[in-house]
Write a protein that binds this ligand. Structure first.
Ligand code: ADP
Ligand code: MG
Length: 232
């Protein structure tokens, strides 16, 4: 197995005026390629902060982080953006789609950043929308789609660049159970095709579909059912 990610002693301190918020207090874990991991923990325990750091959307205050053996601490902002664009796909609870753009245009966006030409962009965006079951909704704007359809557009946008690593922050959190289950089927399928998945959830039933569960409390890992380092 190859290593997708290695985090050692990650901390994150937010400064709020004179106050400091210790969102992460020394988080260490390793993710092997093709793992499917759920991150759980109460609200405020640092889950989103951890996902943003691991996804190179934010930097840790201290600690070490490598993505596919590349030390990202030393990367410039441009290099971080490139790692993000090439290796990582993000899915958020509230979808984060452009409201005025069609499904097709939303999915094309990461390919514009990646410098892919218009014709290839169209073809690739259409192909992933088809794959998530939205072939007949490509010209619809987000407001003309259901919650589950919007999340499928967001997943299509996350996978159109063919990233190996998919990160999702409560992707079923604003969906009903049946629609959420369809989204989870899609993640399971992506995982079985070789994608590595790290997914935040509040829901034990969602976590049960992952191979490994990491629990956070107050910025620390309090349990981890897998991985190379076994914790109490
Ligand atoms: N941008 C920010 N500025 C200041 N404090 C923040 C910021 N983001 C998160 N926090 C704080 O960091 C802690 C962890 O937040 P977060 O990672 O969002 O937790 P979770 O996703 O588990 O609910 C919380 O106390 C939160 O208030
Ligand atoms: Mg959160």
């Amino acid at each position: 197995m190859t290593k997708m990610l290695e985090a050692k002693g990650l901390t994150k301190v937010y400064h709020m005026g004179a106050e400091q918020v210790h969102a992460l207090r020394g988080v260490s874990f390793t993710v092997e390629s093709r793992e499917y991991i759920a991150i759980m923990g109460p609200s405020g325990s640092g889950k989103s902060t951890l996902l943003h750091i691991v996804g190179c959307l934010d930097r840790p205050t201290s600690g070490e982080l490598a993505i596919e053996d590349r030390d990202v601490r030393k990367a410039t902002d441009n290099e971080l953006a490139e790692i993000r664009n090439r290796k990582i796909g993000f899915v958020f609870q509230t979808f984060n789609l452009l409201p005025k753009a069609t499904a097709l245009e939303n999915v094309e966006l990461p390919l514009i950043y990646a410098g892919v030409r218009r014709r290839e962009r169209r073809e690739r965006a259409a192909a992933v929308l088809e794959r998530v079951g939205l072939a007949d909704r490509m010209g619809h704007r987000p407001s003309e789609l259901s919650g589950g359809q919007r999340q499928r557009v967001a997943i299509a946008r996350a996978i159109v660049t063919e990233p190996a690593f998919i990160l999702a922050d409560e992707p079923t959190g604003s969906l009903d159970t049946a629609t959420g289950a369809q989204i989870l089927d899609l993640f399971a399928e992506l995982n079985s095709e070789g994608n590595t998945i790290l997914l935040i959830t509040h829901d034990e039933a969602v976590a049960a579909r992952a191979q490994r569960v990491i629990r956070l409390l107050d910025g620390r890992i309090v349990s981890d059912t897998g991985g190379s380092e076994v914790r109490a």
